[in-house]
Design a binder for this molecule. Sequence first.
Ligand SMILES: [Zn+2]
Length: 490
Amino acid sequence: MHYSTESFDDMGPVGQDPRWAAFEPFHEYLQTTFPLVHSTLNRTKVNTYGLVYEWGTAGPISAKPILFAAHQDVVSVENTTVGQWTHPPYSGFYDGQRVWGRGSTDDKGCLIGILIAVETLLQKGFTQPRRPVILAFGFDEEISGFQGASELAKFIEGKYGKDGVAMIIDEGLGFSEQYGTPIATPGISEKGSFNMQLEVRATGGHSSVPPPHTGIGILAALLVQIEANPFEARLTRSQPTYATFQCIAEHAKDVPQDLRTVVLQAAESDNALQALESIITRDNVLKSLIGTTQAINIVQGGVKSNVLPERSWAVVNHRIGATSSVSDLKTRNAQILETVAQRFNLSYNAFGTQVFGDAASLPSLALTDISNGGLEPAPLSPTSTTDLPYQLLSGTIKAVYSAHRGDFQGETSDIVVAPGMMPANTDTRHYWNLTRHIFRYSHLNGGKNGGSQLNWGIHTVNEFIPVDEWLENIQFYTTLILNADEATDL
Ligand SMILES: [Zn+2]
């Protein structure tokens, strides 16, 4: 936590932007803190600051490796909020229960936890895993991973081939008590994302003889139209959130009987599926997991109080639901805005296609993609009883949950493992080629009432990690390495 490895939206390439140098002392710290890791594993620096550690790959590779991912960078600490931190953001202050600081939960807790697991195994004489282990630590996850994970992916795929990895574990939601039962929800997919810019150009001039609508007025009407037409959230049986509910209805203790009935019936009955959909869509958080969302996050226009605005623009951020796609979203947005464009007699260009009007005439509306093609929703990692990586993960979660509570026979493992939907993106967005078996999961106890580590100050002031929860996560990494080593047919 002492190393402010912050990544910023406007960061230039490695080698040009001097701010990347902040990662160097962090690398030195890792090297001195984990001597056995550094003397045993083969470390490669990819694009200077990306770290790949390979373990057990010296001999002939007989099994596909298991890959643990984490990211070194953290979101920046707003200067104006430093005073609001109970303990300074880069203090790493330990109060006997929690470690405080930027990155404690997101994601240095996981990164350091993985290294502690490996260092400890080496200390105990587990030096030569039969199944290779790869650690891949990106350095710009918080700004989409284009310099870090993207380059790490090329390196790993170049060496191990497409589908050359058995399974990937990266940061994700952990477990918490829901309906009286601990439920773990490894993310088997991630939502896609897309940023759309709307740009209205209009004739400028002196504002003493204005048209009935300025560019800003037209833009406002377009934005009202967007918010008046939210995406419909549809529940289908292929969605992770549907699977989460199925597991909860079947295994959680205190699910209200009527909810349990609806969920179980939804497996066969379309009416019950619709009833479940309306239950889910009444909750804004659950609704965001199944559908596509939209948020107007930037608006700009005008330069002077007596000058008509020539250019006004806004940016809408979308997170794309598992059953939709970037192209569906573009088509749908172009249609929604068409009536408004007609009403104001705009020339209208949607994502490069001139829908109507002359491209050069004003006023005009242009919709553009400002997210480099956007990101499709992640493919679903398979979770059936014959999909061994998911079964291995699930069994490991159960075993660790029991062992951490003193039961090494697993007799009391009442934790339920249910496929979940990851609401945000991780470095795994760059790892789809490496394996179909990607799980976004940190074994962290979010507490009761469906709590999660999202309440631990992630991306805001007073980030912390509770140490008992952190230790259990290290136990999880250790057990998973050992279990994967014994599993011969992953
Ligand atoms: Zn993170």
